[in-house]
Design a protein around this ligand. Structure first.
Ligand SMILES: [Zn+2]
Length: 313
C-alpha cells in the first residue's frame, strides 16, 4: 500500500477511509456532502496518474495534481507529491515508435534542389528572396549549410536545411515554407535523438544551445539548434564527454523551464552554464551583432538559482 501517498492525501483532504480495490475515500472539497464520497485510486500508473471521482458532484480527474490545484496546497506538500507520483521514465522514453524512428535511415527529399545552383525558375527566385531578405542569410551561408528547396513533392515550396553529424553524414533536416502559409514547418518522421549540426561544432570552444536552425545560423559561432525545446540525450552525453567548459542557453521562457533540469546536469558535470535573456524574441530576429552583445551580458547560473527554481516549481 502506498503509505507515502496516503499521508499526503490525509494532510490535504482530511483522514480518509479505505474502500474497495485500491481506492480510498475522502470528504469532497468541491461539494458540501459530509460523507466520504471522493474516491482516489491509490496505485499510480506508469503515466503518473491516480484517477479520482466524487460520487455526489461528479467532479473527477486523472491526476492528483489537478485535484490539489484548486485547493491552494502548500509548496512543500506539492513537492512531496511530485516525488511520489512522478511518471516512470522507462514508460516515456522507450516505445515502439521511437525504436522504429531510430532505425529509419534519413535521406534528403528526392525533390531537394541545392540553392547554390543558379536557376531561372520562379520558385528558385522566391526561395532565395526569402533567405536573403526575410532571413538575412548570405550566399556563403547557403553554401556552407547546403541549404536547398523543393518545387514539388511532400516538401514543395519549403526551404530545406540539412543537419550533418561529425562525419558529414546526414542525421536530420528541417523544412520551412518560404511562403506565408499556415503550415510553415515540416520535418521528417525520424528520431531527433541526434547531435544537430555537429559538423560545424568545435567542442573545445563555448557552445550556444538554441531552438531552430535559422537561430543557429544567425548566431554563427558554435551554435547547436535543438530542433525543438528538448535537449536530445545524445547531445547531453556528447557535451559531457567532450568536457565542454561553457554553455550558453539561448531559449525562450517556455523552453528555459525544461532547460533548467539539463542545466543542473551540466553544472554537476563541471560546465559553466549561462542563460541568455532573449526578451521574448528569437536569435534569428535579434541578429548576429545584438546576439553577441546578449551573450556577453548573459548571467551565469549558480547552484542557488537551481535551488530557487526547484522550490518555485
Ligand atoms: Zn463532490
Amino acid at each position: 500500500m502506498n503509505t507515502e501517498l496516503i499521508k499526503v492525501l490525509n494532510q490535504v483532504l482530511g483522514v480518509g477511509k479505505k474502500t474497495a480495490k485500491n481506492n480510498m475515500a475522502f470528504q469532497c472539497p468541491f461539494c458540501n456532502t459530509t460523507k466520504k464520497k471522493l474516491e482516489v485510486q491509490l496505485i499510480t500508473n506508469e503515466k503518473g496518474e491516480n484517477s479520482w471521482h466524487c460520487w455526489v458532484c461528479n467532479t473527477s480527474g486523472k491526476k492528483i495534481t489537478t485535484l490539489f490545484k484548486p485547493l491552494n496546497v502548500s509548496r512543500h506538500i506539492l513537492t512531496d507529491l511530485y516525488k511520489i507520483v512522478k511518471p516512470n521514465n522507462k514508460y516515456t522514453d522507450i516505445n515502439i515508435d521511437s525504436i522504429r524512428k531510430s532505425m529509419t535511415e534519413i535521406k534528403l527529399p528526392m525533390e531537394y534542389i541545392p540553392l547554390y545552383k543558379k536557376s531561372n525558375s520562379i520558385e528558385y527566385k522566391n526561395a532565395l528572396h526569402y533567405l536573403y531578405h526575410t532571413r538575412k542569410l548570405t550566399l556563403s551561408e547557403i553554401v556552407k549549410y547546403g541549404i536547398g528547396y523543393c518545387e514539388s513533392g511532400e516538401y514543395a515550396y519549403k526551404i530545406i536545411i540539412p543537419s550533418y553529424d561529425g562525419n558529414g553524414k546526414l542525421n536530420y533536416f528541417v523544412g520551412r515554407s518560404y511562403y506565408d502559409t499556415s503550415h510553415k514547418h515540416k520535418n521528417p518522421d525520424v528520431s531527433k535523438n541526434i547531435i544537430p549540426m555537429e559538423l560545424f561544432i568545435n567542442w573545445q570552444l563555448p557552445i550556444v544551445l538554441c531552438e531552430g536552425a535559422f537561430d543557429a545560423i544567425a548566431i554563427r559561432r558554435n551554435a547547436i539548434p535543438l530542433f525543438g525545446k528538448v535537449i536530445p540525450e545524445k547531445l547531453k552525453l556528447k557535451i559531457v564527454e567532450e568536457k565542454v567548459k561553457t554553455i550558453y542557453i539561448a531559449l525562450d521562457k517556455d523552453a528555459q523551464k525544461q532547460a533548467m533540469q539539463h542545466a543542473e546536469y551540466f553544472i554537476n558535470n563541471g560546465c559553466n552554464v549561462y542563460f541568455v535573456d532573449l526578451n521574448e524574441k528569437d536569435p534569428a530576429e535579434i541578429g548576429f551583432e545584438m546576439m553577441c552583445k546578449l551573450i556577453k551580458e548573459s548571467r551565469q547560473l549558480t547552484e542557488y538559482d537551481l535551488l530557487k527554481m526547484k522550490v518555485l516549481l
